[in-house]
Design a protein around this ligand. Structure first.
Ligand code: PGA
Length: 237
């Protein structure tokens, strides 16, 4: 139990370390089930996974993926939808079978998403970023540690953080579907990434080891196999 903290110099090294782990896990288990996150944090990791595929080192043909979250009300072809993001940065660039790629959908039956994860054998490695307010996925402060996949209202902080991706603030979705905190905790292994000065204060709060719904990521202290890769700027310690 407890978060194993690995301190690295910067974004590049964080991405390299994360990619090495994922590549290793796919080698050990070619039909690995990956839990994936969007946002700027995992972009470097995805770039390295694509490079590894292009170099003939990693084969995604049997890999299955479950994304953490998705906005409500955006079509999957909307440039700000998470499905579009994943296609652009990873799925269209590697030999993944699109039938093995999964996103939570409001209209799809949220229990079905949980069931699909179970039917695939559960998430082997879950990639996570962390929000400035401590959210993981769209589990905002106050989310129950027992929460499962559901529709949530986004907080003002998150809406503001996401506004940079939209032409006008009114376009930023107010609701999303997210895996719950308990869903995330079911993953066999978790890789939490944090980079940049804007994350320093939340990383510092997380590393106090105090579990509280005020910092949703603090639930991760109860996970048996979790590594935080944190760069110098984000390292509050
Ligand atoms: P970011 O988002 O990777 O764009 O910083 C992280 C998050 O909000 O979970």
């Amino acid at each position: 139990m407890g978060i194993k903290r690995v301190a690295v110099s910067g974004y590049q090294e964080m991405s390299d370390r994360a990619a090495l782990l994922v590549i290793q896990r796919i080698k050990e288990k070619p039909d690995l089930v990956l839990g994936l996150a969007t946002g700027s944090t995992p972009l470097g990791l995805y770039e390295r996974l694509v490079e590894s595929y292009q170099q003939g080192e990693t084969d995604f043909s049997q890999v299955a993926t479950f994304n953490l979250d998705e906005y409500c009300g955006l079509s999957k072809n909307h440039p700000q939808s998470y499905q579009y993001f994943m296609d652009k940065h990873l799925f269209s660039l590697v030999n993944i079978d699109c039938r093995q790629v999964h996103f939570p959908q409001e209209n799809d039956g949220l229990d079905k998403y949980e069931q699909k994860i179970k039917d695939t054998g559960g998430v082997d490695v879950q990639i996570l970023g962390i929000g400035r307010n401590g959210h993981i996925g769209f589990n905002e402060p106050g989310s129950a540690f027992t929460s499962r996949t559901r529709v949530v209202d986004l907080t003002d902080v998150t809406i503001k953080d996401n506004a940079r991706f939209f032409a006008r603030p009114e376009e930023v979705p107010r609701r999303a579907v997210t895996m719950g905190l308990a869903t995330i905790m079911d993953a066999k292994e978790i890789l939490l990434l944090a980079s940049g000065a804007s994350k320093a204060s939340v990383v510092e709060r997380l590393m106090t080891e105090k579990q509280s719904v005020d910092v949703p990521a603090s639930i991760l202290w109860g996970h048996p196999k979790i590594m935080l890769i944190v760069d110098k700027e984000a390292d509050g310690n």
